[in-house]
Design a protein around this ligand. Structure first.
Ligand SMILES: Nc1ncnc2c1ncn2[C@@H]1O[C@H](COP(=O)(O)OP(=O)(O)OP(=O)(O)O)[C@@H](O)[C@H]1O
Length: 226
């Protein structure tokens, strides 16, 4: 589980400082789905980056399963990211020159998994998102929804405990959005993932168990009504 205490994040901006996070306190249980909404520029992506170990807080502690990511060395942090945390983004972030299969395999390279196992695990992950028949396609040959499915397979092929999603349906039409959220919900349940999703879309946000709102760098969380 995550346990954040008084997490702040400042960015220098010329001579001034942007206080992107101003004391975030939250616990996120294993297996929970938390959505985060809030106005633009109020710290949502910053928080997700810290949860993913892509950046560190300016102050406060950010524990994942008892280890404070704020104080972890770079090598240990890289290991945590490679093995425990999957990311998906609004813009999919696939490598344009690699096929769907190769894009998924890239997630296993840092784990030192050998070629044949990499191939079979990536094929399984593509099957789990319904894309076995598109394995050899380049991202440019896939629809937006299919590209997001590849990105989901890439995030989950390493069997992480945590999935972080930054506006995962932001570039998709409504029907495709519903398909992708349905898929994420299924994968969340089947794999017991902890899922933290930033979204502007209230329909998507309400599917979570808890709903957080970021405002002025602070997070308030409530239970969603089902
Ligand atoms: N690398 C950076 N350097 C300087 N300032 C930054 C950096 N990243 C974010 N900021 C600033 O921190 C604040 C919070 O940004 P953040 O991207 O977390 O907001 P957000 O809520 O995710 O917004 P959006 O909904 O538009 O994605 C903003 O004022 C932003 O300009």
């Amino acid at each position: 589980m995550y346990k954040l205490s008084q997490v702040t994040k400042d960015y220098p901006k010329g001579r001034a400082t942007v206080h992107a996070l101003r004391g975030v306190n939250v616990e996120i249980a294993d297996g929970e789905w938390l959505s985060i909404q809030g106005p633009t520029g109020h710290g949502k992506s910053t928080l997700l980056q810290l949860l993913g170990g892509l950046d560190r807080p300016t102050s406060g502690s950010l524990e994942l399963n008892g280890r404070d990511l704020a104080r972890l060395g770079e090598n240990a942090m890289t290991k945590v990211r490679a093995s425990q945390i999957g990311f998906i983004f609004q813009t999919f972030n696939l490598i344009p020159t690699l096929s769907a299969q190769e894009n998924v395999e890239t997630a296993l390279v840092p784990l030192g998994i050998k070629d044949s196992a990499r191939r079979s695990r990536a094929a399984e992950a593509l099957a789990s998102v319904g894309l076995s028949d598109r394995a050899r396609h380049l991202p440019s040959e896939l629809s937006g929804g299919q590209q997001q499915r590849v990105a989901i397979a890439r995030a989950l092929v390493k069997e992480p405990k945590v999935l972080l999603a930054d506006e995962p349906t932001g570039n998709l039409d409504e029907d495709t959005r519903d398909e992708i959220i349905g898929l994420l919900e299924k994968l969340w349940q089947d794999n017991g993932l902890t899922m933290i999703m930033v979204t502007h879309d209230s329909t998507v946000a309400r599917r979570a168990q808890r709903l957080g709102t970021m405002r002025n760098g602070q997070l308030t969380v409530k239970q969603t009504v089902k």
